[in-house]
Design a protein around this ligand. Structure first.
Ligand code: GLN
Length: 529
């Protein structure tokens, strides 16, 4: 088992996740099996409770794990399915240590950060590594070197290096920022030198340095970093801003990173197979067609909150040779100024979300899409609101609503009876992959070309069974249902317009080369507009 540990210096938000994912893709391109672990040095046990406004999207895995959005990048770049154990947080580690202490596992010893917490970190890493059967395990350490929170993790990976046998079994990659002075345009290496110094002070010497910046690193700058940071020149790699993140593996490969990494890991050099990957890039960089999709949400100022939507649309771009211009619309702006901002949209998406803010704006947008026959896709909350809109405006149930937002005489979206009995709200959430049975002959059937699919979920409320008949009789049918038939999963209109919505989140399973079918359907319909 080989490890590649990626740390970050100077600033957060340098795109470390993309670097890690790209390295993974490159190893796969040489025929190696790869998995990835993300370490988040915060005290939350998982990302489930975190506000997307602060932290970006909460990504959901097959097993229902609510994890950091970087795991979404890993899954997309590596085309693998991860589990909740692939996201290690300080909260998870401390919880395990405290539980062991309470059980008496430490036999009366004083429980300390070193060795007890660091041992727990290493054992969680090794467990995931061993069960993954991978040749190489990538470990991304979130945060920035020098943060108090990261210290136990850095110490743990330093120890890991000693434990995994010969030096070649673990490679340290450090990603840093190489800023440019505006006036003279000179690339500055001092921040990199300092963060490497910080790493070395805790006993970690990086083997590879990835320098982020707007432009590629000049040769002299690479040489300077090599000299001052004690890293051979072939280990200094430049990661300039790219038009598409899917270009990054190619940019790194061109600098010989994979050859160097394999040498350093003591792995055989094999022929590179990046053909398929590059084929995807072509339509992304030079698309033939163009379309406009509006996303009406409530976290539109932080686009990381919708990262899987953006990536899924990119996968659709590549598949349809179409440039997709995304217009971000704040739902509350529609409440104030109406739907004029949707006039130019060829397609409309209402994404998932929690809480009442903005829902009336989203409902107006859905009405606009339905009445003007603009291709529409609703996801999760978007599915629930599409049902509410239909009940209000077609069935004339003016106070139709979700009991998440209001007590009403028409709770068309509600908790199922069995959920109402559960006292712990946390336990009522439906998470992860579940089967959906699709009705033959429906639009959903045409899109998926299957009658049974598996998609990922993250929701609490459901279509209220008392209203299903009435809604279906009026022309909105539920063409996808849970295997037991109790939960409605896909809604569509019977009138031949592209209007679909799903209770599940198709965007969590979309991959380059395998775009989520419902999104692809939307983009194709939008393209025709
Ligand atoms: N708030 C809704 C629910 O809990 C929808 C959740 C979502 O969109 N992810 O059911």
């Amino acid at each position: 088992m080989k490890y590649v540990v990626v740390t970050g210096g100077v600033l957060s938000g340098l795109g470390k996740g993309v670097t890690v994912s790209s390295i993974g893709r490159l190893l796969i391109s040489r025929g190696y099996k790869v998995t990835a672990i993300k370490i988040d040095p915060y005290l939350n046990c998982d990302a489930g409770t975190m506000n997307p406004f602060q932290h970006g999207e909460v990504f959901v895995l097959d097993d229902g794990g609510e994890v950091d959005l970087d795991l979404g990048n890993y899954e997309r770049f590596l085309d693998i399915n991860l589990t909740r154990n692939h996201n290690i947080t300080t909260g998870k580690v401390y919880r395990a240590v405290v539980e062991k202490e309470r059980r008496g596992d430490y036999l009366g010893k004083t429980v300390q950060i070193i060795p007890h917490v660091t041992n727990e970190i290493k054992s969680q890493i090794k467990n995931v590594a061993e069960s993954s059967n991978a040749d190489v395990v990538l470990i991304e350490l979130g945060g920035t070197v020098g943060d108090i929170e990261s210290m136990p993790f850095l110490e743990a990976v330093r120890q890991l290096r000693m434990e995994v046998g010969p030096e070649e079994n673990l490679v340290f990659v450090h990603t840093t920022l190489v800023p440019v002075m505006d006036v003279v345009g000179e690339q500055k290496t001092k921040p990199t030198q300092h963060s490497v110094k910080e790493l070395r002070a805790i006993g970690i010497q990086p083997d590879i340095i990835v320098g982020r910046g707007a432009k590629p690193l000049d040769y002299d700058i690479k040489k300077k970093i090599s000299l001052f940071c004690n890293v051979p020149l072939e280990g200094i790699v430049s990661a300039p801003d790219a038009e598409s993140i899917y270009q990054v593996p190619v940019l790194l490969e061109e600098q010989g990173l994979t050859d160097h990494l394999l040498r350093r890991l003591g792995l055989k050099q094999r022929k590179t197979d990046l053909k398929k990957w590059k084929a995807l890039l072509k339509p992304l960089l030079n698309p033939k067609h163009e379309t406009r999709i509006a996303i009406v949400g409530k976290y539109t100022h932080l686009q990381d909150s919708y990262i899987s939507y953006i990536e899924t649309l990119r996968h659709c771009s590549a598949a349809t040779n179409t440039k997709i211009n995304i217009t971000w619309v704040e739902a509350e702006d529609i409440e104030k100024n109406g739907c004029d901002c949707l006039k130019n949209a060829n397609g409309i998406i209402i994404p998932g979300g929690f809480g009442e803010r903005g829902i009336e704006g989203k409902i107006s947008a859905i009405k606009y899409a339905r009445e003007n026959r603009i291709p529409f896709l609703g996801v999760c909350l978007g599915f629930q609101l599409a049902t509410i809109e239909f009940c209000r405006n077609v069935l004339k149930m003016r106070d139709a609503n979700s009991s998440e937002f209001k007590k009403t005489v028409h709770p068309v979206i509600d908790l199922l009876p069995e959920q109402k009995e559960i006292k712990n709200m946390g336990a009522t959430m439906r998470l992860g992959a579940h089967d959906v049975i699709i009705k033959k002959g429906s639009l959903a059937h045409k899109i998926y070309n299957k009658t049974k699919i598996s998609e990922r979920h993250r929701h609490r409320y459901e279509i209220n069974p008392d209203y299903i008949k009435k809604i279906e009789n009026a022309g909105m049918i539920f063409s996808g249902k849970s295997a037991d038939g109790k939960r409605m999963e896909i809604a569509e209109l019977k009138n031949n317009q592209f209007f679909v919505a799903s209770q599940f989140h198709p965007e969590f399973k979309s991959r380059p080369g395998k775009p989520a079918p419902l999104f692809l359907g939307l983009v194709k319909a939008a393209k025709k507009k």
